[in-house]
Design a protein around this ligand. Sequence first.
Ligand SMILES: Nc1ncnc2c1ncn2[C@@H]1O[C@H](COP(=O)(O)OP(=O)(O)OP(=O)(O)O)[C@@H](O)[C@H]1O
Ligand SMILES: [Mg+2]
Length: 296
Amino acid sequence: MEPLVELRNVSFGYGSTPVLQDVSLHLHRGQFAALVGPSGAGKTSLLKLVLGTVQPGQGNVKVGGEPLQGRPAPRVGYVPQLETVDWNFPVTVEQVVLMGRVRCDGWLPWHSKAARNEVRAVLEQLEIDHLADRHIRNLSGGQQQRVFLARALIAQPDLLVLDEPTSGVDMRTAENVLHLLADLNRQGITILMTTHDLNSAAAHVPWIICVNRTVIAEGAPEDIFTESILSRTYQGEMMVIRHDGMMIVQQKPHPHTHHDLLPDPVPGHPAPRTTVRSQPPMEVSIVTEVPHAVAG
Ligand SMILES: Nc1ncnc2c1ncn2[C@@H]1O[C@H](COP(=O)(O)OP(=O)(O)OP(=O)(O)O)[C@@H](O)[C@H]1O
Ligand SMILES: [Mg+2]
């Protein structure tokens, strides 16, 4: 079957600065994939290429079998990174979601009852219908994430593209967002997201694509989250701990001295006596289970 998203030998840059080089990638219908890689790796740029909001310098991008050629991708829902939203724009939850409707109500300056019912149904699906009249600014990060998800879902997309849907929320909310995405994926929506949260991705996302200016590797989390692939992707030493079906991904701590952390000696006072070389305490933020089966 033809892929839903296909990038062939795509290179892209802003002006003369190259950002992505020779990216070839495809997503089949029903896939749930996460792009991971360091800041500045080109993840958001890759999403923009799929959305058709930027054009490749070389190569081509097809969505639904059609080359984009300057048009926005059809039947694609986009959930932006929350940090990029203007929260001062005076708008309620219901109004944000109404903006996502592709069918408009003609010249009427108000929305039809049918449109408002559609909004209500999506808000109920995401369990935020009680927030319909709230200003979007006065919501928690997890609730805001659901509002933008609702705005994307109301257009009944084949493909959902999300930029860092788990950033800026606590671990439990991040897990909830990923469970919600997994449910939507089971209902048939193809999902492409970016994330910096490798541990959550390992537990919840069945296909991982490592990006750093190009695609470094892609596959199931248990094949991708290896020290060698992650170190190549992040260009720094990464550590993967596997124990009893659990996996923790962690950056290798750099050895440093306590002395590095102390202020310069004050004149007239003795310098600190000890400069012990040590490892800083390792912070393990989350322990995750490796998923057993990968949906095909
Ligand atoms: N509108 C723009 N104009 C010029 N350069 C840009 C623009 N947007 C991004 N860049 C540059 O392109 C490179 C890739 O940026 P991109 O936003 O795609 O990275 P990213 O992987 O999403 O990073 P992060 O994880 O921090 O979100 C960066 O060097 C960035 O500074
Ligand atoms: Mg980004």
